[in-house]
Design a protein around this ligand. Structure first.
Ligand code: COA
Length: 331
């Protein structure tokens, strides 16, 4: 049986607060020229008090409106995040309460920056279990809550935001722009985990009452190594999903890679022979928003008229774990 799953109602939300490279210069030893030339990032949005569920709620409300659904029509909520409001309750439960929904399954997944692509595959599986599935998938991150703003190697890279969509077994129809999930490929390699970590507070790194947190409470990363693996892994999984579907990069109308660093995106596109005009980039505005990066880019691309009916979109992500994955969507 062919896996039937459609994606619709994309939307994103970023907090109002903007932190420019010049702002960062005031409290960390860096400069705008370095950040732009090494990463492409010019600014990032920062939550400043808003939580993961606050951002998720805003993105989800619009996603539901755009898909013509009421919160009560949703059958499952999946949240992709590594920065939930709390460990318990999970973010999906907090979001469901904000949306006024009760009595349906609500779960979080953590695949770091690949969380949204992992969520699509989970939703696709759930759609096969029940023909009436209408799944709210929201990726939301307040990455800055886990950033050490004294560490210049990480603090310049990340931002906060959320991206949401609805996935259904049946085509939503009407005037709703919907994409058919042609395929998803997911990968992970735990042996590379130590290269990108957020340890503090986990059961392996418990916090002690009354003690201040240490460096390991925040994102820690071997930047150069992560860079190499990100390019290689995203190239491999992208080429594999193209091959599996008997197509080449030329058949792709829009390429939406994880927005971590413009140099990673350029290196990836070069290896894959994807033409520049087919690549969607917004890393300069938002920085790396982890799991929210791909759905923010998807919704931004759609709002900018970059996705038209009939087009084939390839999305690919990479993150801590390491995890990585790609999905092909026909609009
Ligand atoms: N401002 C100014 N200088 C900085 C800096 C900053 N924010 N961060 C590092 N530097 C310095 C380093 O100290 C080093 O100085 P040195 O040559 O005197 O030792 C120099 O810049 C080069 O550092 P390096 O780490 O080699 O730079 P790079 O070109 O590899 O760029 C990253 C660093 C982090 C931008 C890059 O490695 C990267 O993007 N990695 C992937 C990160 C990522 O995307 N992670 C998330 C994946 S989901």
């Amino acid at each position: 049986m062919k896996n039937s799953c459609y994606i619709a109602g994309f939307s994103y939300f970023v907090p109002e607060g903007v932190l420019t490279n010049r702002d960062l210069e005031r409290f960390v030893d860096t400069n705008d020229e370095w950040i732009v030339s090494r990463t492409g990032i010019r600014q990032r949005h920062v939550a400043g008090g808003q939580t993961c569920s606050d951002l998720a709620y805003e993105a989800s409300r619009t996603a539901l409106q755009r898909s013509g659904l009421e919160p009560g029509d949703i059958t499952h909520i999946i949240t992709a995040t590594f920065t939930p409001d709390a460990y318990v309750p999970n973010a999906a439960c907090v979001i469901m309460e904000k949306l006024g929904i009760r009595g349906i399954p609500a779960m979080d997944i953590n695949a770091a920056c690949t969380g949204f692509v992992y969520g699509i595959e989970l939703a696709r599986g759930l759609c096969q279990l029940s023909s009436g599935s209408r799944i709210l998938l929201v990726a939301s991150e307040v990455v800055t809550s886990r950033i050490n703003f004294k560490d210049r190697s990480t603090s310049v890279l990340f931002g906060d935001g959320a991206g949401a969509c609805v996935l259904t077994r049946e085509s939503p129809g009407g005037g709703i722009p919907a994409g058919y999930i042609e395929d998803v490929l997911l990968r992970a390699d735990g042996s590379l985990g130590p290269l990108l970590t957020v340890k503090g507070g986990g059961s392996g790194y418990p916090l002690v009452l009354g003690e201040t947190v240490g460096d390991d409470f925040f994102v820690q990363m071997e930047g150069r190594e992560v860079f190499k693996h990100a390019v290689r892994s995203m190239r491999d999984v992208s080429m594999d999903i193209l091959k599996k579907n008997n197509i080449t990069a030329d058949d792709i109308d829009l390429f939406i890679p994880h927005q971590a660093n413009i140099r990673i995106i350029e290196a990836l596109a070069k290896l894959m022979h994807v033409k520049e005009e087919k690549i969607f980039v917004n890393v300069h505005e938002y920085g790396n928003t982890s799991a929210a990066s791909v759905p923010i880019a998807l919704a931004d691309a759609w709002e900018k008229g970059r996705i038209r009916p009939g087009q084939l979109v390839l999305m690919v992500a990479f993150g801590g774990g390491f995890t990585w994955g790609a999905t092909l969507i026909r609009f």
